[in-house]
Design a protein around this ligand. Sequence first.
Ligand code: SER
Length: 312
Amino acid sequence: MKQDNILIIGAGGQIGAVLTEALRDVYGDDHVVASDLKPLDNQSGPTEVLNALDGEALEAIVKKWRINQIYHLAAILSATGEKDPMWAWNINMTSLFNVLEIARQRSLNKVYYPSSIAVFGQEAHHQNTPQYEVLIPETVYGISKVAGENWANYYYRRYGVDVRSVRYPGIIGYQSMPGGGTTDYAVEIYHYAIQQKNFECFLRADTRLPMLYMPDAIRGTLELMEAPANRLSVRTSYNLAGMSFTPEEVAESIRKLMPNFKISYKPDFRQAIADSWPASIDDSAARHDWNWRPEYDLDAMTKDMLHHLAMT
Ligand code: SER
């Protein structure tokens, strides 16, 4: 077991919940402090209630647990952010500055800060979107992630803070539900399928988006954080790809195992967000620098998702 002490901010969220467990497997339950706005239950290690907008509260927790790594996963996502842009901007940026400042002031070992495919907008290449691409996002979430990536890079170059980041595509997992994103349909659809309910999709049938299965996302995150610092050429955020599919294709994949599954379509405001995002991502920098390789394709993920959801 490694003896770093890790704080996870947003440990109750879709990725945070699973990442907390994975980090506890590596570092030991007592060395991974799970924090969120609301009290967390069913935890195998220490927890804290933390509002990441409160820099003093963050500092107190970092001191109390002798934290030397922070995973900052709390954020307002693309769809929710559009309902109140200033609120979303304030939460996403203030919390990041609190984390970067504490990391600088207390010389923490490492910080993890996820970015997103939401950094890309209409002007970006839609297919195989490159690592270094024009970044003109359409959502306040995307704007905050572009700014956040640049602040991460700034803190690395100016202060030597070892901030690492990937641009997650839509993340799909059976363990937790997403909250307020444009790719959320790709998780919900499996829950409807397993309950034998018809699913009404808020995106058009042919909306192709980059996606990643949770085990790949978690493994990729841990691999990036473990990689030797001198191998990392990208200090904004790495493109990361797993698979790309449309709602119709995921419905088709489900039907291979559940032939009666039915989907209908009623696009809402999230369609415009999805249309501004890439259909597929070029992640060759991550492949080259830290040997990133996804394992799951759509059908392998569908089988695993339905298997696990059937047991819960
Ligand atoms: N899943 C996120 C969203 O849809 C993308 O980072 O907002």
